[in-house]
Design a protein around this ligand. Structure first.
Ligand code: P53
Length: 474
């Protein structure tokens, strides 16, 4: 009973939220670099804002982030001290191909990740690599229009072939696209999309989605050719929808909202477009740009495991009076009266994790991997710089218990758990440093002040004990 002996405990980060060093080592400019903190952030993330360059009025947190580019040895040593078995990180595409469309990769970028992976192995940590986590070389956006352009598939294939070849003996676990369904809510981050005046936004999004799904299948194919031991996962921003009431209308609305998200994973895991989506797209007059061979590629190259992020469940109602969005949520969801929320309005629902795991496992019957979960909160260090983050510990304890129930009571296959932002990093949604998730405090504020010093929090020792007892001592 309990967690399997080879369970992969660890933590997760993304390049653009922690590396910094945005113009070092031959790295090219990326979409994520030009997204500032503050009120102008959202129109950029959503692909509505056309002006995409640094200016003096804004602060761009990704430029320096938490400077992991220079401090990864120290950070990985701390992960090792906690006993991590796995560390999920992402590659900055523009470190490997600065413009994205070169034929030869940038050796300095390749050497950087090679050393980072070796450092992980030195500490007994298996890397789990997200190939793209909301990033895209800026040149591919300005020259080609991002993922709306079918040529992106070829550029992505070059990236994948380069990574799978170079890191053949260092990396076994790969995720193709972080939160692929986020393209619906944040198309600039998810697919490098900037909308033109008057164009049909949904058509653009589903065109780009088709290209990403093809690229994901192509990556799976290449990965297996290069090393049959490679394990490829898809990645969903998960969280079940509850109907607000038992009104059949609400229940059906919840099914439809879940479909919006499962659409992507249905293709990546089952290898074909689901009928409900084909019907819906047809009704809306949206055409998927399917070319000969596309459907075969999707059918023949499905993923090995299903990874997902889970922070919260979601709630939907068909009553327009009730349909107010909860604050701070990219996903539209109303407040669930049975749940408490975090300081950013994200509702806390550990049982929702078990429900979500059941729904995903029922649907795909493949091993699951929870690759993001955690509590974004304000931390206040004492005079010694120490943070007693009991709320974070409580949040994680309850979610780990729910996970354990899903394994023990529901028989779900779960490969591992990597909590989000295992070291404090820049928030993707808001650009803040103040919204912290880490076991390790980083001295830096929203304006970029601070020494960048790393200090373990109370949760550091707690998680160390969770790992050393394989989830028994919570
Ligand atoms: P932040 C919204 C809803 C669910 C997941 O988010 C999301 C988002 C984006 O805000 O993104 C994932 O930093 C994402 C990470 C991100 C993390 O959730 O806004 O994969 O990059 O940092 C937490 O609190």
């Amino acid at each position: 009973m309990g967690f399997p002996t080879n369970f992969l405990w660890g933590g997760a980060t993304a390049a653009n939220q922690c590396e910094g060093g945005y113009n070092e080592g031959g790295r090219g400019l990326a979409n994520v670099d030009v997204v500032p903190i503050g009120k102008d952030r959202f129109p950029i993330i959503a692909g509505i804002q056309k002006h995409l360059a640094f200016d003096d009025e804004h602060f761009y947190p990704a430029k320096e982030a938490i400077d992991m580019y220079h401090r990864y040895k120290e950070d990985i040593a701390l992960f090792g001290e906690m006993g991590f078995k796995v560390y999920r990180l992402s590659i900055a595409w523009s470190r490997i191909f600065p413009n994205g469309d070169e034929s030869e990769p940038n050796e300095e970028g390749l050497a950087f990740y090679e050393d980072l992976f070796k450092e992980c192995h030195k500490h007994g940590i298996e890397p789990l690599v997200t190939i793209t986590h909301f990033d895209c070389p800026m040149h591919l956006i300005t020259e080609y229009g991002g993922w709306r352009n079918r040529k992106m598939i070829g550029f992505y294939e070059n990236l994948c072939r380069t990574l799978f070849t170079r890191y053949k003996d260092l990396v076994k676990y790969w995720l193709t696209f972080n939160e692929i369904n986020m393209i619906l809510h944040a198309p600039f981050m998810g697919a490098g999309i900037v909308f033109e005046e008057g164009e049909d936004k949904e058509q653009v999004i589903f065109t780009a989605a088709h290209h990403e799904l093809l690229a994901s299948a192509a990556a799976t194919k290449i990965a297996k050719e290069i090393n049959p031991d490679n394990q490829i996962g898809c990645m969903l921003a998960a969280g079940n929808y509850y109907p607000y009431t038992c009104n059949p209308q609400d229940y059906f609305a919840a099914i439809q909202k879940d479909h919006e998200n499962y659409f992507f994973i249905d293709v990546q895991s089952r290898g074909k477009y689901p009928n409900y989506a084909l019907k819906e797209l047809e009704r809306k007059g949206i055409k998927l740009p399917i070319e000969p061979g596309d459907l075969e590629l999707l059918a023949e190259n499905t993923v090995d495991f299903i990874s997902f992020s889970y922070y919260s469940s979601r709630t939907v109602s068909t009553d327009s009076e009730l349909n107010k969005q909860t604050e701070g949520n990219i996903f539209a969801s109303l407040a669930n009266p049975y749940l408490e929320a975090s300081e950013w309005g994200w509702q806390i629902d550990p049982l929702g994790l078990r429900s979500t795991m059941n729904q995903i496992y029922d649907r795909y019957q493949k091993p699951l991997f929870i690759v993001e979960n955690g509590l974004g909160a304000v931390d206040t260090p004492d005079e010694n710089g120490y943070v007693a983050d009991d709320d974070r510990i409580d949040y994680m304890r309850e979610h780990i218990k729910a996970m354990k129930d899903a394994i023990d009571l529901d028989g779900i296959e779960l490969m591992g758990y990597t909590s989000w932002g295992c070291i404090d990093l820049v928030s993707a949604g808001t650009g803040e440093m103040k919204k912290r998730y880490g076991f390790i405090y980083v001295d830096r504020d929203n304006e970029g002040n601070g020494t960048l010093k790393r200090t373990p929090k109370k949760s550091f020792d707690w998680y160390k004990q969770v790992i050393s007892t394989n989830g028994e001592d919570l």
